[in-house]
Structure formats: C-alpha cells, structure tokens
Design a protein around this ligand. Structure first.
Ligand SMILES: *Cc1c(COP(=O)(O)O)cnc(C)c1O
Length: 460
C-alpha cells in the first residue's frame, strides 16, 4: 500500500513536534529508546506494537460524540461507528463473549462501572485483600470501591493460594451483593467455577477481573471466566499488548435480569455512558480493535504459551539460586518473590535492578511488614521477554542477572542500595546485550540497539 494521508500525517506530526517543541520531542524520543534498551520484567506491562500506537495517534481521536454505534448524539460518526463495531466484534471473538463494551477508559473504570451499575451505596463487596494480591478496585479502603461500598476481604491459605473455604465462609456470613475474583499479584490459576458456586449460593454477582491474564485466557492457556462469571472485566495494555484502556465482557449471563428488571447488558451499557463516562476515546477504541485482531493469530497463542513456560522456568531458576518464590512457582506470566527474607526491601531491589537496566516492581506480599511504598516483595512478569522472543533457555540468564545484582547490594537505610560500581556496570552490560540480542519485534530500532546479526530484517 502506498503512503496515504494517514501515514503522512503521522510523519509530519512527528516532524512538526521536533521543530516546534524540541523539549517535549526529546523526552518522547528518549522514552522510546529507554524501552528498547532496558529489560522490562514488569508483570503489569507489555509493549504495544507500532500499528497499535499509530491507531492511538489517528484522527479518530478528534471525533467528539456520545453513545454507542448507531445511537450517537452527534453527526459525523459513520466511520467511527464502523471502528467501534469492529472493536466490539473482535473483542467478542477473542473471548467467546456474547457482548463486549469497548468504551471503558481503563480497567479501574470498568470495575467502577460494574460496581455502580449493580450495587447501591453501602452494599457489601467481597474481594481479595490488597496484601493478598487483590486490586485497589476490589474494595480497598484507599479506593472508592472500599468507601462507597462495604468491603469484606478474603485472603490466602497457608500455601499462599486463594483461601476458597475462607472466602465461602465470609460470603455466607456477610451476604455480599458482589464478589470479585482475579488479582494483581497472584501467580496461580484462579478457579472461577468455585467462585461462581459461592456467588450462586449467597445470591451475589460474580465479577472476574482478568486484567493480568487476559492474554492467557484469550489464548486458552488459562480457563476462561467469560461464561462462568456474570461479568468479566480487563485492562487492555497488559497481556493484550494494546492501548491503555478497559473492556467489559458478558457471556451466558448477558441477558440475566438485574433487580430493576433490566438485562445485565443494558444495565452495564448505561453505566459506562451516561452514568460514569462521557465521550468515548475513539482512537483508543481503534487501537483496541487492532490489538484484539492479533489475539486470533497463531503467533499470539504461541506467545501466550511461551509467556507461561518462560515464567515457570524463571521461577525455577530463581529458586535454584536461593530466592524465595511465593507459592513455589507460577501458572501464569507472574513470579512473586519475597526479598524481605534476604534482608532486602522491594524498593531496594527495584532501584538496584533499575540502575542496571532491569525494570521490575516492588510489591506487597502476604504478611508484609512494610508498607506498599517499601514492600517486602518483587513482582516479575514475562510478557515483554516473550514478546522479545526469549524462551526457556534465556531465563537462566535473566535469573542469573537478577541474582548477581541482588547478591551484591549492601543497602544502608531505605534508599541507598549500595551496589558496587564494577558489578553494576557488568550487570548493565549484560542487560543491554540481552536487549540487543532480542530486540522488540516490528519496532524501528534506535542505532545503539540494532543487532549486527541481521535477525530483525524488517527493522528500520
Ligand atoms: C491493572 C489492574 C486493573 C486496573 O487497570 P487500569 O487500566 O490500570 O486502571 C484492574 N484490576 C486488576 C486485577 C489489575 O491488575
């Protein structure tokens, strides 16, 4: 295809930005280079490919409207209606859903929509506690979900797994109107059926939040909640490699009536707009459509499988180097480590690794004696490593790099990680070499990252 006005606008826009606003352009350029040159092992992240970024930068973002395709409040929506219908169709296909709402601005917004459409203020919400691995929007006291509603929290059992029996007992005692399952830092598969049995027993809605594992679910590598939970929510920038945003999916309960006699589908549509959101971000919806199309490809499934096998290998390699892997391993992309047992904090580990170009995040762990800004754990994920084409063989290298850095830190106080400069340089060189050897596919590469192997022939 020849370069049309869309391509020329993107190119021209970047040139204009460089000319008119070199300060901002410089920051954006450097951020892009940083993503190439650092080893991202953040479990809540992925890297959207340039076709997704292009959709986000498209002129669909100029279209102001409200409502849904075919029922907008403004003229001029013929084409964006097609874009949104495409996104909805692809979301339904990707997850085998009966209904999809692609407008939520984020995963958190999707959860707020669900809470506000199905509950009245003060109703009881049963969700996983924050330190156990739950998300803020599942009833944490720092979030509206824990203030406008009455939160009850379940946790983990002695093996670090979801305490299903304890959750069921809490449900019987407190009779929640809504139960959340799905987590932000929990490396094991979730038994959605078990949650649904409890929800049915106490007359609660079950909401499955698959923000972290949406790619595994779509690829069939993790059981799907879409026909098990009443509602499924997800963010789109984690394992869907899409833009920052959210989705609400409905399966066999799409037509189930709420207390007011409306279907779940209708109640949720009205809760996205006009109850909680205004105009949809149509450029982001285009980017969601683009990312969701990839979900249907064999390459996506292959990568989802590799995300899981590499995470299992990473957990094993870290364990064999004496690190404490929570739950002893993983079923997903995520590996959780207790670094407090080594006399470190999550912050110290995060900062020391960052100084070597390895990007991870500190994370609270069950029974953590530190607050969330310090934390006793580190959370790792393999979404970006798998995208870069790494396999099981490279996990020994990643684990070794991680271990070398953490073994060398000599922290003093909360912030100073005391890493010997020679060790730091050697580790940074190893991280940079891994990034060069496994460049982000389909991305133009900055000069410093361009491999001499010719492995990425398409790179420009
Ligand atoms: C990341 C996450 C969210 C929030 O998504 P945002 O799009 O960042 O608002 C919600 N729930 C869970 C379980 C998450 O991990």
């Amino acid at each position: 295809m020849t370069a049309g006005i869309f391509d020329r606008t993107l190119d021209h826009g970047a040139r204009l930005l460089a000319d008119r606003d070199p300060e901002l352009y410089g920051l954006l350029e450097r951020e892009q280079v940083r993503q190439h040159e650092t080893l991202a092992m953040v479990a809540a992240a992925s890297t959207a490919d340039p076709s997704v970024l292009a959709c986000e930068a498209s002129a669909t973002g100029n279209v102001t409207t409200e409502g849904y395709p075919g029922a907008r409040y403004h003229a001029g929506c013929e084409l964006v209606d097609e874009v949104e219908r495409l996104a909805v169709r692809r979301a339904k296909e990707a997850f085998g859903a009966r209904h999809a709402n692609v407008q939520p601005h984020s995963g958190s917004t999707a959860n707020q929509v669900v809470l506000c459409s199905l509950l009245a203020p003060g109703d009881v919400v049963l969700g996983m506690g924050l330190k156990a691995g739950g998300h803020l929007t599942h009833g944490a006291s720092a979030s509206m979900s824990g203030r406008f509603f009455t939160p009850v929290r379940y946790g983990l059992d002695g093996d670090g797994l979801v305490d299903y029996a304890g959750m069921a007992a809490l449900a019987r005692e407190h009779r929640p109107k809504l139960i959340f399952c799905g987590a932000s830092s929990y490396p094991r598969a979730i038994d959605f059926e078990r949650f649904r049995e409890v929800a049915d027993e106490v007359g609660a809605y079950l909401v499955a939040d698959i923000s972290h594992i949406a790619g595994l679910v779509a690829a069939g590598v993790h059981p799907s909640p879409v026909d098990v939970a009443h509602v499924t929510t997800t963010s789109t920038y984690k394992q869907l490699y899409g833009p920052r945003g959210g989705l609400i999916l409905l399966g066999r309960d799409a037509g189930t009536r709420t207390a007011s006699g409306r279907t779940l589908q209708a109640a949720l549509e009205d809760a996205v707009f006009p109850y909680l959101q205004g105009t949809p971000r149509l450029n982001t919806i285009a980017a969601k459509a683009r990312a969701l199309a990839d979900v249907a490809t064999p390459a996506f499934r292959e990568r989802a499988e590799r995300i899981v096998t590499t995470a299992a290998a990473l957990a094993k390699e870290l364990d064999s180097r004496g690190h404490h892997v929570l739950t002893g391993g993983t079923d997903t992309h995520m590996v959780l480590l207790d670094v407090a047992r080594r006399g470190l904090t999550g912050t110290i580990a995060e900062r020391a690794l960052e100084s070597c170009g390895v990007i991870v995040n500190k994370n609270s762990i069950p029974g953590d004696r530190h607050g969330p800004r310090v934390a006793g754990g580190v959370r790792l994920g393999t979404n970006v490593l798998a995208l870069r084409g790494m396999g099981v063989a490279e996990m020994a290298e990643c684990a070794d790099l991680f271990d070398t850095v953490l073994a060398a830190v000599r922290p003093s106080g909360d912030r100073d990680y005391g890493l010997d400069e020679g060790v730091r340089r050697a580790a940074a060189a190893r991280a940079a070499e891994l990034c060069r050897r496994f460049p982000l596919p389909d991305h133009p590469l900055p000069a410093a990252v361009r491999p001499d192997t010719g492995r990425v022939a398409a790179a420009v």
